[in-house]
Design a binder for this molecule. Structure first.
Ligand SMILES: NC(=[NH2+])NCCC[C@H](N)C(=O)O
Ligand SMILES: [Mn+2]
Ligand SMILES: [Mn+2]
Length: 309
């Protein structure tokens, strides 16, 4: 049964970040026990191992700061295909790897949704909107662009793979924002995205934000993709990431969000991104991310003893 099968895809991409180490992410998720955590919940877990992109060509672009454009374009093309294929066989969980991988996974899932006559919705849990275009990024790090690409913002044609089914900005809900560059802020204000910064969590509580979005997904019979960036979490509980931003989601806010997602029954695919094991402390960020994935897939406090570490 497709909804009782999870398919793990290791995506050791790190060309989208400014620092090395995300290529070890997939190994850290496995060492932190993601396979037994999901198997304990009654899933058939298929670990496809790590995937690699096809050969990348050197692509030149007028923005001189862009890093590894050819490599990230090649990852995107391969991952869009992989996400589309694998989502026909089970629930894909992409073990990153940096957030540039979501350019591919959202594109592939959007194609899957359209094949089923549905719309893709995306819950984006991140301190950043990752809404730069190739022209607006000032860091040149392409983990800052996947949302702009997947929603069809201008400037990617000819550099990234063609995008047959862009995600509608109205179908994207971002929660946890607290680091937004000026060009991104402009697109957030004008683009139609549903956006909740940390203040919105503080003032309303995460429950009403998530519940409101899930109601919209349900009303539209949407297919839901969740993209969880480690830096959504407060650095005090999740130090293993290259782009820490103070004031993030708490342990309980994050678990509660995951528990609500599980209860909704709407989630069809998941990205776990930006884990950098080189910056982690004895695997605690990897373990937390695995526990969050388990909550999203149905683990309940009352069903099992709390893990102590
Ligand atoms: N996926 C991430 N951690 N993205 C961080 C992006 C930070 C910044 N906005 C940049 O473009 O460089
Ligand atoms: Mn991100
Ligand atoms: Mn981020």
């Amino acid at each position: 049964m497709i909804d009782k099968r999870c398919i793990l895809i290791g995506v050791p991409v790190q060309e989208g970040t400014g620092r090395l180490g995300c290529d070890m992410g997939p190994s850290a998720f496995r060492a932190a026990g993601i396979v037994p955590a999901l198997a304990d919940l009654g899933f058939e877990v298929v670990d496809r191992g790590n995937v690699l992109p096809g050969a990348s060509s050197v692509i030149t672009h007028p923005n001189p700061v862009l890093k590894h454009l050819g490599a990230v374009a090649a990852w995107t093309e391969m991952l869009a295909d992989t996400a589309y294929q694998v989502s026909g066989e089970g629930l894909p969980i992409f073990l990153g790897g940096d957030h540039s991988l979501s350019a591919g996974t959202m594109t592939g899932m959007s194609r899957r949704a359209s094949r089923e006559g549905r719309d893709l919705f995306v819950l984006w849990l991140d301190s950043h909107p990752d809404l730069h275009t190739l022209d607006s990024t000032t860091s040149g790090n392409l983990h800052g662009v996947p949302m702009a690409y997947a929603t069809g913002q201008p400037g990617f044609a000819g550099f990234f793979p063609p995008l047959p089914h862009p995600v509608r900005p109205e179908n994207v809900c971002m929660i946890g924002l607290r680091s937004v560059d000026p060009a991104e802020g402009m697109r957030l204000r004008e683009g139609g995205f549903e956006v909740h910064d940390m203040r919105a969590i503080d003032e309303n509580g995460i429950v009403s934000l998530i519940a409101g979005f899930l109601r919209r997904v349900t009303a539209a019979n949407g297919m839901l993709h969740v993209s969880l960036d480690v830096d959504f979490l407060d650095p005090g509980i999740a130090p293993g990431v290259g782009t820490t931003v103070p004031g993030g989601a708490t342990f309980r806010e994050a678990h509660l969000a995951m528990e609500m997602l599980h209860d909704s029954g709407l989630v069809r695919s998941l990205d776990l991104v930006e884990l950098n094991p080189f910056l982690d402390e004895r695997g605690r960020t990897a373990i937390l991310m695995v526990d969050l994935a388990a909550s999203l897939m149905g683990r309940r406090v009352l069903d099992r003893p709390t893990r102590s570490f």
